[in-house]
Design a protein. Structure first.
Length: 79
């Protein structure tokens, strides 16, 4: 299983903070993103930051391990 976390306005668009996705051998971050984008298209319109196991990731071809924690976030700013 992969633990998926959402933050900020992504939570508002998915209606949830977290979910679990079945891990598949060879699964990449891009495959997970695409799978979730098909379920939550409006949320993934704003997703632009990714983290895997607490580390910021830019390489969407990164393979995911079983029990990975993946975070999807939008850009945000404070004032």
């Amino acid at each position: 299983m992969i633990d998926v976390l959402f933050f900020g306005p992504v939570v508002e668009r998915t209606g949830m903070r977290a979910l679990k996705v079945e891990h598949r051998p060879g699964m990449t971050l891009m495959e997970l993103r695409d799978e979730l984008a098909a379920k939550f298209p409006s949320a993934f319109e704003i997703v632009c930051l990714f983290a895997v196991d607490g580390q910021h990731v830019r390489d969407l071809t990164m393979p995911l391990a079983d029990r990975s924690e993946v975070t999807f976030m939008a850009r945000f700013s404070g004032g």
